[in-house]
Design a protein around this ligand. Structure first.
Ligand code: HEM
Length: 475
């Protein structure tokens, strides 16, 4: 665990009941930080600059007001979609007419060219059928005690005068969970090196650059900065070593063992060595940062909204008491699940999905032509008052008042939709709930009253500034 050096003014005002601008009114609802849209009168240079700095701030008010906004771009059109029906059409019913866009492929190619995140067509079908069973509830159940034990290793070291940076702490914790789930107890692999290499690859490949806005064909490789290249080489070497260290006839029952042993249920075909390696790297990239960010924002929101914090704790006390939390308990924790859902609504870790149109088709009353780019904007869909009451307010109860909000067809798609919906969603939800519940029931969470980080998109949606946090053991 990395220590965070400074604590703002030596104390946290929030727990002393000092209200601040972030509380909207006497009902003490917490208004979450939000990305400031363009005003609409910016010129091309200014809006491009804002977009590159934080893509979430590069959209104007029209994108919030309309289900679809279309703009001419270098000889094709870009359509910004923030409507559930439009999203479901592109990702689901008409998915074959829309492929992952070249920018997506370019960003992912270097690290996971032959992995599920990047491949398409028959190769994708084969991999998806082989990989999906790895995340079956049966295996999730086995992973739950391991997650509690990793949380315990962290919380045993918490002391009330120690300050952590929340996102860093959650990134460390979720990395440990993921590597234990994927790799069991990896002998001969330096976990810290693997963690550093993964983060370096995510940050160097995952930061948008001016050249990303140009219409490169898919086959033009996207240059990675030298530090990123070294990290990527380390990651590939570690993944190869991990795969080679397993006995092919008895690869083990952790996720890597399942990945080696899995076959396409239709054809009986196994994954190639390269596919296994790229999927392993893909899991590290897709499965570590996203869950860490969900937990970072969830703890931040609970620290800022004491009512929701107490309600979550009361639910855990009531339904579970003092015994260990097990997988089957998670179904009963309705409010805690609503906290995670509301966090994913306000801060979807994958705020934008991009597709390229392959075949002329109509969408929301407009014609999409081949080469048109569709920016499926989850962030705007989750935050527009066209679709949500008080969209910036943290209100987990909305998912209990209207249970259909988390069902298919609702304006809530943090894991995407259709055939390419996140394959690790059940694992991510289980992990987020296990970590959240284990910490909330034992600790008070203090974040300084003036800590109000803007959401900033790189490829994932992160807090723009550090979040200093302290955990005090419950009395
Ligand atoms: C809160 C956590 C997570 C969020 C919000 C999230 C979000 C997403 C989204 C939105 C997609 C669809 C991308 C698209 O359609 O372009 C996706 C795909 C994917 N995710 Fe996740 N993810 C999370 C956790 C995980 C975990 C834990 C894993 C694995 C260990 C994982 C592995 C993948 C893979 C392999 C795909 C590609 C699936 C395919 O194309 O068939 N994700 N994720």
């Amino acid at each position: 665990m990395r220590r965070f050096a400074a604590w703002i003014d030596g104390e946290c005002l929030l727990r002393k009941g000092v209200s601040d601008l972030t509380h909207s009114d006497e009902r003490s609802k917490f208004v979450a930080p939000h990305a400031e849209p363009l005003k609409g009168d910016e010129n091309f240079v200014k809006s491009t600059y804002k977009f590159l700095k934080n893509p979430l701030e590069g959209f104007g008010p029209l994108a919030y007001r309309q289900p679809i906004v279309s703009l001419p771009t270098f000889g094709y059109k870009t359509h910004v979609v923030s409507d559930p029906e439009g999203m479901l059409t592109v990702l689901g019913t008409e998915a074959r007419k829309f492929e992952k866009a070249p920018i997506d492929s370019r960003i992912l190619s270097a690290a996971t060219k032959e992995g599920l995140l990047r491949v398409k067509g028959d190769q994708w079908k084969k991999q998806r059928r082989g990989v999906a069973p790895i995340f079956r509830p049966k295996y999730m159940e086995n992973l739950a005690p391991m997650i509690s034990s990793v949380v315990g290793q962290y919380t045993d070291k918490f002391s009330s005068d120690q300050t952590y940076e929340l996102n860093q702490l959650m990134a460390d914790l979720t990395f440990d969970v993921l590597s234990k789930a994927l790799l069991g107890d990896p002998k001969g692999v330096d976990g810290e090196k693997l963690r550093r290499a993964t983060r370096k690859v995510v940050t160097s490949a995952g930061t948008l650059r001016p050249d990303d806005l140009l219409p490169w064909p898919r086959w033009v490789p996207r240059p990675i900065l030298p530090g990123g290249m070294i990290a990527l080489r380390r990651l590939k070497t570690a993944a190869n070593q991990l795969l080679d260290s397993r006995d092919p006839d008895n690869p083990g029952d952790d996720l890597i063992g399942l990945l080696i042993g899995t076959t396409d249920p239709h054809t009986g075909e196994a994954l190639t060595h390269r596919e296994r390696r790229d999927n392993l790297i893909g899991f590290f990239i897709a499965g570590h940062e996203t869950t860490a960010l969900t937990l970072t924002w969830a703890f931040y929101l609970l620290a800022k909204d004491p009512n929701s914090f107490q309600k979550a704790r009361a639910e855990i006390d009531d339904k579970i008491g003092e015994r260990k939390i097990v997988y089957s308990d998670l179904q009963q924790l309705e409010f805690c699940r609503a906290v995670v859902n509301e966090t994913l609504r306000l801060f979807p870790p994958a705020p934008i999905l991009i597709r390229e149109c392959q075949e002329e088709t109509e969408l929301l009353g407009r014609i999409m032509s081949p080469r048109d780019i569709l920016i499926l904007n989850n962030y705007i869909m989750h935050r527009t008052d066209r679709l949500w009451d008080e969209p910036n307010v943290f209100d987990p109860d909305r998912f209990i008042r209207s249970p259909t909000l988390s069902k298919k067809g609702a304006a809530f798609m943090p894991f995407g939709a259709g055939p390419r919906i996140c394959v690790g969603a059940a694992f991510a939800m289980m992990e987020a709930l296990m970590v959240l519940c284990n910490i909330v029931r034992e600790f008070e969470i203090d974040v300084p009253a003036d800590c109000f980080p803007n959401p900033k998109m790189t490829v994932t949606l992160r807090p723009e500034t550090d979040i200093p946090v302290r955990f005090r053991r419950r009395i």
